[in-house]
Design a protein around this ligand. Structure first.
Ligand code: G6P
Length: 369
């Protein structure tokens, strides 16, 4: 087993560090560098159906559901097709309206999650087209889907999903850009700059690893907390959800992810000097708004840990701790901002003596309802 961990203490850490690689694998062969075009061979047969879809419904569970939320932002922004994101376990039991011209995207690392499979079967009976985004080749969901994309992140052993999530977001980015490109909706220059950004992701993730020692230090400062709040806005709201989920799963600290503006409708009541508040506050379209949210936390003496864009001096001056990520296209921030949150959860769990790779009560793949 030590050999399989490749010198890392845990599979989770190994898988975090594999992300420059896994993301490159997810993109391999799908980007025509010269023509700055996306080729998704597997789904080209269904391209017409995808492009005329009135609606896309994403069904998934856990971390894959968070990837689906990022996908909603990307597909609506670039392809302007309405997207709904559903927990498969809710969708399958609530008599949903499914039309024949709906596309159902099922996202799953394992390809075996029982609720996601049941949601697909329901949607198939209603005549929808199913597009699976899965990691495990030959698993049930790709076999049940009409078409799909593999994420090619490689085997994920740690129960808490890391590299599978960033590969899912990569696959969804490619899909959103593919749809935009087919529709000729976005100017070519925009598609080119987004593709260039995606191609730089592996190198930028490697830069994010430089903060590991700092993140370990911050982990030591907050490891004894009983609660943590994660805030984000826009495309980084799902990242806040994912950061909170990682912490809960492996460190057993209660954590909540919230859209930063919703904080005033409840969670703000919890903030005092005992409460670490982790904010994704990169220089994107929500930047000014998130600064006000940070100030609201500061006024109530919350301990602020901000994920910021390298060189930002404004938030550096307000926050208790800052973790920098390199400047990038907004569409890429979910992938980059996720890296420090994975490392933070990892170090806290290790310091608390938790079983990082196999947390209590959790399974890698939930094949029962
Ligand atoms: C379990 C795993 C999670 C995963 C979820 C969905 O809860 O512990 O890491 O996100 O199932 O699994 P899937 O394989 O469908 O992505």
């Amino acid at each position: 087993e030590a050999l399989e961990k490749g010198g890392y203490d845990h599979f989770m850490l190994k898988e975090i560090y594999e992300q420059p690689h896994s993301i490159a694998n997810c993109m391999r062969g799908r980007i025509d560098h010269e023509r700055k075009k996306i080729n998704l061979g597997g789904i080209s047969e269904y391209a017409a159906k995808l492009l005329t879809a009135k609606r896309i419904i994403i069904v998934s569970c856990g971390t894959s559901w968070h990837a689906g939320l990022v996908g909603e932002y990307l597909i609506e922004e670039y392809a302007r097709i309405p997207v709904e994101v559903e927990y498969a376990s809710e969708f399958r039991y609530r008599h949903p309206i499914i039309n024949q011209d709906d596309i159902v995207i099922a996202i799953s690392q394992s390809g075996e999650t029982a609720d996601t499979i049941a949601a697909i079967e329901l949607a198939k009976r209603a005549g929808a087209t199913i597009l699976g985004i899965c990691n495990v080749v030959g698993s049930s969901i790709p076999r049940l889907s009409h078409t799909g994309m593999y994420t090619h992140a490689g085997p994920e052993i740690g129960v808490a999903s890391t590299k599978a999530f960033t590969a899912q977001v990569t696959a969804l980015s490619l899909l959103a850009l593919y749809l935009a490109q087919q529709q000729e909706r976005l100017p070519l220059s925009k598609i080119t700059s987004l593709l260039t950004a995606l191609e730089t992701a592996p190198a930028l993730i490697t830069t994010c690893f430089q903060s590991n020692a700092l993140i370990q230090h911050i982990a030591g400062e907050i490891k004894d907390s009983t609660n943590c709040l994660f805030l984000g806005r826009g495309i980084n709201f799902p990242v806040a959800l994912e950061g909170a989920l990682k912490l809960k799963e492996i460190s057993y600290i209660h954590a909540e992810g919230y859209p930063a503006a919703e904080m005033k409708h409840g969670p703000i009541a919890l903030i005092d000097e005992q409460m670490p508040v982790i904010v994704i506050a990169t220089k994107d379209s929500s930047y000014d708004k998130i600064i006000s949210n940070i100030q609201e936390v500061k006024a109530r003496k919350g301990k602020i840990i901000a994920i910021i864009t390298e060189g930002d001096t404004v938030i550096r001056a307000i926050a208790d701790y800052i973790i920098e990520i390199p400047p990038c296209e907004e569409a890429l921030t979910p992938i980059l901002a996720t890296i420090p949150l994975q490392l933070l959860a990892y170090h806290i769990a290790v310091m608390r003596g938790c079983n990082v790779d196999q947390p209590r009560n959790l399974a890698k793949s939930v094949t029962v309802e």
